[in-house]
Design a protein around this ligand. Structure first.
Ligand SMILES: [Zn+2]
Length: 328
């Protein structure tokens, strides 16, 4: 047998031992006190048993027990499962610890380094026979606005030397799985689906929502409401291979909408979205604003505001690339 080289004889880096879990109902929980060091954070109780903070070099999370809603670096984030108070500690689901808190508070930890993004695929929502959301009074529809914003983002990112493709570049209908297939064919490094929101008979709700594909064992954020069907999946989809980076990408885009566009923060949410499910690169869906909102729709109807949206999206993608660079 040939002598092992120095590299071969070195033991592999010790894998982190899994935190002990505790099952409550269908969900496996871990102690936040035990998880905090893995998150690179210290845990500080602000109100014993009720409110706590995780404070680390890369971020700060404000957490309340019995809630799914937390704040990370000032942004509203929905966990997949509520945090539970337990004998002076707080428990967080293992999936939330690994696939939400870790990417937010310690991006890249435990992940293979990813090369700098070179190919960006932008997905203008809807098209053709599917207009998406409509504001009849202003005569605007989602499919036209998403294409306009995508073209603007494309111009901005191409100026950076990136290769940028659109899943549609005209008013045609493209099925959701085909959009992900286009990203795969292009060997995309980043996928961003662009949409606009609306609520029926509500002219006030406005702001941004950023979605990632729900991790295995978690349900969609909107599947918690009264009467909603639990849509938890106990199998992983291709899009789940990138749960970590999906969240990093989402956080970067979320930050730009809230900071630069001053969008109302409707939160980073989870959903089993067909357009994200088959992806084989990190991807998110951004609901860029509400066409049903009197005030916001009037802004979105102007090219100047759509340019600001495009600048925010491009900046978010650049910020994500910068995080990847730091991790490398
Ligand atoms: Zn849409």
């Amino acid at each position: 047998m040939p002598p092992a080289s120095a590299a071969e004889s070195r033991p592999p880096p010790a894998a982190e031992k899994a935190l002990p879990g505790r099952r409550i109902g269908r969900v496996e929980y871990v102690s936040l006190a035990a998880a905090a060091p893995r998150l690179g954070c210290r845990l500080v109780w602000r109100e014993p048993g009720r409110r706590l903070e995780l404070i680390g070099a890369d971020g700060r999370a404000e957490i309340e027990t019995e809630s799914r809603e937390i704040t990370v670096n000032g942004l509203r984030i929905f966990l997949g499962d509520p945090v539970v108070a337990s004998e002076g500690d707080a428990l967080v689901s293992r999936v939330d610890h690994e696939r939400c808190l870790l990417p937010l508070l310690r991006p890249g930890h435990g992940q293979a380094a990813r090369p700098a993004p070179r190919v960006i695929v932008l997905d203008p929502g809807h098209g053709g026979s599917d207009p998406g959301k409509i504001n009849e009074r202003l005569g605007i529809n989602e499919k036209t606005l998403t294409l306009d914003v995508a073209r603007r983002v494309k111009r901005l990112l191409e100026a950076d030397g990136l290769r940028v493709l659109l899943t549609r570049d005209d008013d045609s209908f493209v099925a959701l799985p085909q959009r992900a297939a286009a990203a795969r064919a292009a060997k995309a490094d980043v996928f961003v689906s662009l949409h606009f929101n609306a609520v029926p008979r509500d002219t006030r709700t406005s702001g941004v929502e950023v979605y990632t594909f729900a991790p295995r064992f978690q349900r969609s954020t909107n599947a918690w409401g009264p009467g909603a069907k639990d849509d938890t999946e106990d199998y992983a989809s291709p899009g789940n291979r990138h749960d970590h980076w999906n969240v990093v990408l989402a956080h970067a885009l979320h930050r730009r909408f809230v900071d630069d566009l001053k969008s109302d923060d409707r939160g980073k949410k989870l959903m089993h979205l067909a357009v994200l499910r088959p992806l084989d690169c990190p991807g998110v869906l951004v609901e860029c604003g509400f066409l049903s909102s009197e005030a916001e729709a009037r802004k979105i109807a102007t090219p100047a505001h759509r340019q600001r949206i495009a600048v925010a999206v491009a900046a978010g993608i650049r910020d994500y690339a910068a995080v990847l660079g730091r991790v490398r």
